[in-house]
Design a protein around this ligand. Structure first.
Ligand code: AMP
Length: 579
């Protein structure tokens, strides 16, 4: 409990790792997976899609039962504290408590897991009983954390990156072993299980972990190139497999003998949104298969591609059948990672592609298609492909090294992306993470006036600020952000955020938005790329503008990297010198 309190208060990532190592050392191997999930704020890996789903009203009733206080009193307390965890903490302080059962991680986990799995008639009452009994038996400090966990407001600021560091130190006494742990995590997307194997069987067992059906593999990512020339240079004299970069949603399709599951780029289970895709995959005469594809919305009349925003209509909770009819899709396959018990990730890219082509020839592909690909080795041909891609509504091109293996979770030059130019002066838009905000004035009273954005520094796992953005927002956007950001508001700067700006409010780095800008300038006030160009100067965006696009498909770690910002600045410098 003390460790949790320390972690909640610290703004230093190093201290956070130390606290975590201390906690992991004390944890028996039999429950280490559960402890890892709990500190990540979840009960299971994301792809299992298990949510606690406790409504505020029910939580308030549970607190009232546990504290033996009237519900109206609890509601009043909640209005004051603004957080149900703090509410139960306060409510229980004044109680004369007789602890009937010792509060263990096992008990907390099992009770919450049972709560999450309660469905159907009478489930609300069962949930109420389970949660209130837990709160009754907990001390006020324990119950405060339990409630924060339940409501998703437990903000310990612990990223996967930090947990992996801590696991390496704790079980191997050597931080360098993080690469083995990271690799195991990349192919399983399940840090709890990885921790358990490490704690119980050691590092060597982790090395033999293999791709498993129905456990999503963390996606391989592309580096950005600025123009056709750079794309060709990055191929080091070899040809490239050049593909259209479709503007849809990336999906990892797992087909087993009994079920088909779809995972998003962020590894959420999105199967229920695409029953038509599941049906099409089920028809394939193949037992086991993992594919990667881009799902694209198309015009049912003309079969033309529609913009990404259209596809997002498919992500609704209700009325899925209508959405299937209203927004038809095509699945463009671009990779195969597993086939009939065989892991294909270490085959060269073109071999993997040939396997998909064979399947396509042998089977009725229906609403499935192959991503358009051409082998190219010179700038002219690449530019020709680019013009075609843009003409038919693609975002640009993906250029892949024909011999590259599939490296889960890696962003490397084995895959590069060449995006179309936008109308803004900077060649490309940037995807940045919201980390803080200033309250609005005048017309914007009661909303945010400006939002602080950060770019991701992968070397140190820190988000470093690069601009404040206040333009490009409609009234609807402003209302939306006010509500959405409230859920992830913090009383102080998040430990993974670096900035010299003073903000009215701070947020967990979670939401990624797209901005355009006129140029990148040297900045004494923003620490993104500090010292990379000039000592004591970072990089800032000039005239940043929200494009209207919230990148729900991106994790904060997928935001434009600080290194990308630095290379964009350098290129800009070169093009200014040339003209
Ligand atoms: P970005 O989101 O800008 O980092 O670009 C990478 C994304 O492009 C991937 O995650 C896919 O969703 C998408 N994409 C579109 N076409 C392809 C393709 N042919 N190969 C790989 N990824 C593609």
């Amino acid at each position: 409990m003390d460790t949790f309190e320390n972690m909640e208060k610290t703004t230093s990532r190093l201290a956070l790792t130390d606290y975590l190592v201390e906690l992991l050392r004390k944890t028996p191997a039999s429950i280490i997976d559960r402890v890892v999930y709990l500190i990540q704020g979840k009960l299971h890996p994301d792809y299992e899609g298990v949510e606690l789903g406790l409504a505020e009203r029910l939580a308030t009733r549970a607190i009232s039962l546990a504290a033996g206080m009237d519900i109206s009193f609890i509601e009043q307390l909640y209005r004051k504290t603004g957080d149900l965890g703090d509410t139960v903490g306060k409510a229980l302080q004044s109680r004369n408590q007789k602890i009937s059962e010792k509060m263990t991680v096992e008990r907390v986990y099992q009770t919450l897991d049972k709560t999450a799995n309660c469905i159907g008639p009478g489930s609300q009452e069962t949930k109420l009983k389970l949660v209130s009994s837990l709160l009754t038996d907990g001390s006020s400090r324990e119950s405060r954390y339990i409630m924060k966990f339940i409501m998703g407001t437990l903000r310990l600021g612990i990223a996967e990156y930090t947990i992996i560091d801590a696991l390496a130190v704790c079980f191997t006494d050597n931080k360098a072993n993080r690469t083995v742990i990271q690799k195991a995590y990349n192919i399983s997307s399940d840090l709890g299980t990885v921790a358990k194997i490490l704690a119980r069987d050691g590092l060597d067992s982790l090395k033999s972990l293999r791709v498993t059906l129905h456990k999503p593999i963390r996606p391989m990512l592309a580096e950005r190139v600025r123009n056709a020339q750079e794309a060709i240079e990055r191929l080091n004299g070899h040809s490239g497999a050049v593909e259209y970069k479709l503007d849809g949603e990336r999906v990892q399709i797992h087909k087993g003998r009994n079920k088909v599951e779809l995972f998003s780029r962020r590894l959420e289970n999105i199967t229920k949104h695409y029953p038509d895709v599941v049906e099409a995959i089920q028809k394939l005469k193949i037992g086991e298969l993992i594919l990667e594809a881009e799902i694209v919305a198309v015009n049912s009349q003309t079969n033309e591609f529609l913009p990404f925003q259209e596809l997002m209509h498919r992500r609704r909770k209700h009325g899925i059948e209508q959405a299937v009819e209203g927004y038809p899709v095509v699945i463009y396959i671009f990779d195969i990672l597993y086939l009939e018990s065989k892991d294909l990730t270490s085959l060269p890219y073109l071999k993997r592609r040939a396997i998909i082509e064979n399947i396509a020839i042998e089977q009725n592909f229906d609403m499935l298609a192959l991503v358009h690909q051409k082998i190219v080795n010179n700038i002219e041909d690449l530019e020709k492909q680019m013009s075609r891609a843009i003409e038919i509504g693609c975002e640009g091109l993906m250029i892949k090294q024909p011999t590259s293996v599939y490296r889960a979770g890696a962003r490397e030059f084995a895959w590069t992306k060449l995006k179309r130019e936008y109308r803004s002066d900077l060649a490309d838009t940037l995807d940045l993470v919201i980390v803080g905000a200033l309250y609005g004035r005048g017309r914007r009273v009661g909303k945010y006036g400006a939002i602080l954005l950060a770019s991701y520094d992968a070397d140190s796992d820190i988000f470093r600020s690069t601009c404040k953005v206040g333009t490009g927002f409609t009234d609807e956007h402003l209302d939306f952000f006010y509500k959405k950001l409230e859920e992830i508001q913090l009383p102080h700067r998040h430990p993974r955020v670096d900035t010299r700006m003073h903000m009215d409010v701070w947020f967990e780095p979670k939401i990624v938005i797209e901005v355009s800008a006129s140029e990148i300038t040297l900045s004494p006030s923003h620490p993104a790329g500090l010292g990379a160009i000039r000592e004591k100067y970072g990089l800032a965006l000039r005239f940043p503008k929200f494009t209207g696009r919230i990148r729900e498909d991106k994790n904060p770690e997928d935001a434009t990297a600080v290194a990308e910002l630095v290379s964009m600045y350098k290129r800009q410098l070169r093009s200014v010198k040339k003209s």
